[in-house]
Design a binder for this molecule. Structure first.
Ligand code: PMP
Ligand code: GLN
Length: 394
């Protein structure tokens, strides 16, 4: 450790370390089965690695164009056109990003200035709020109604005022697994019609929708005309560590986005982009994802049925929410820490997704795991059952 020259006055005294980092670290520290941070514990297909390796070996290792490799932007345009019936221009309307996190931050920085307001839905993915406050904006929260985690559009309407610059939506929704319907998109369109409000749509789980087809803002022409839509290959191809994602948006919005992007990351890993572009040629690879994760969801729910957790509905994403009232009356952060240390399973306390620490005694489990991992987690969680034999404890 080197001594600091002077005490730095923090610009963000209220911000700690992201809950995903905290819980994954705790899981590693105490040998817990890590169902906290959202990432698969299985491998992507070798064909994807071969494609990246071939690009590297062929010398494709220098800077990609600022907007992304044309091969990848072309593949993205084709996928989005096929799925959502809209033709984004490869040159001026698609930008490859270093994951969705950078896309979201860059979009927020490009749209929001000091004093501007941004509406988000709680429980809310943890990166949106800090990004807004970093650029001087103010976050307004609209709570999703429990049960079901549905938006209350009348409440959203009450938050809209001349300072409202951006509304951030996320479907399929992390952490609740709820979906926006086409009716929700119509309600949103009614609210923003004749305003200058931009929509930022986080659709990183677009291919993991179970109970209804994913309602992308890309497929809603009125909203698409004022939206930046974000996705991530990390979720789709089981490569969260590669950090490659993208943004599609009308050219006027894309131009503003790129003004920030060029000085934020400038450009993204070239061989990874080329490998992903090649891999995207087979649509079965993204179209099969919902069935793949539906099976995991059903398996995990069936395993947890033998525990005292109350399982909430899961219509999309690879997260399962569970209420633990029948097990403990601890606050959710304390419960999650106890669960990791004493029972050996790490989960995310849902209060981390509320600005005021709202606590419904719910934790989030990630089921993007090998069957053996899910079975072992369930075995440990069964130690919480009344009368569970001591030898079943981890
Ligand atoms: N948005 C949501 C809703 C997410 O769950 C995640 C990460 N899991 C991200 C954005 C960030 O994605 P990436 O890892 O591509 O930055
Ligand atoms: N999005 C992942 C999750 O919800 C975590 C990403 C991160 O660690 N920032 O678990």
């Amino acid at each position: 450790m080197i001594p600091a020259a002077f005490p730095l006055a923090s610009r963000f005294p209220a911000l700690g370390t992201t809950i995903f980092t905290v819980m994954s670290r705790l899981a590693a520290e105490c040998g817990a089965v890590n169902l906290s941070q959202g990432f698969p514990d299985f491998q992507a297909e070798p064909a994807l690695f071969d494609a990246v390796h071939r690009a590297m070996a062929a010398g494709r290792n220098q800077y990609a164009p600022m907007a992304g490799m044309p091969e990848l932007r072309t593949a993205i345009a084709a996928k989005v056109a096929t799925l959502y019936g809209i033709a984004y221009d490869v040159e001026s309307e698609i930008t490859v990003t270093a994951g969705a996190t950078q896309a979201l931050f860059t979009a927020i920085a490009a749209c929001v200035g000091p004093g501007d307001e941004v509406i988000v839905f709680e429980p809310v993915y943890d990166s949106y709020g800090p990004a807004v406050t970093t650029v001087g904006g103010r976050v307004r929260h609209s709570r999703l109604g429990v049960p079901g985690y549905r938006p209350d559009w009348d409440h959203v309407a009450s938050l809209i005022n001349p300072r409202t610059r951006l509304i951030i939506v996320n479907s399929p929704h992390n952490p609740s697994g709820s979906l926006l319907s086409v009716g929700d998109l119509d309600a949103l369109a009614d609210l923003v019609r004749d305003t200058g409000i931009v929509i930022l749509s986080d659709e990183v789980y677009e291919h993991i929708a179970f109970s209804a087809p994913h309602a992308s803002l890309c497929a809603h022409p009125e909203l698409a005309a004022r939206s930046l839509v974000v996705s991530s290959f990390g979720k789709t191809y089981h490569i969260t560590g590669w950090k490659v994602g993208y943004v599609v948006a009308p050219s006027t919005l894309t131009a503003e986005f790129r003004k920030v992007h060029q000085f934020n990351v400038f450009t993204v890993n070239t061989p990874a982009q080329l490998g992903i572009a090649e891999y995207m040629a087979d649509p079965a690879r993204h179209l099969g994802l919902a069935a793949f994760y539906r099976e995991k969801r059903d398996r995990f729910r069936q395993l947890l049925a033998a525990t005292r957790f109350e399982l909430l509905p899961c219509d999309g994403t690879y997260f399962q929410l569970a209420r633990y009232d029948a097990i403990s009356d601890l606050p959710d952060r304390a419960f999650a820490e106890w669960l990791a240390r004493r029972i050996g399973v790490a989960a995310i306390p849902l209060s981390a997704f509320y600005h005021d620490g709202h606590d419904d005694h719910v934790v989030r489990f990630c089921f993007a795991k090998e069957d053996a991992t899910l079975v072992e987690a369930a075995r440990r969680l069964q130690a919480l059952n009344p009368g569970a034999p001591v030898e079943s404890r981890p």
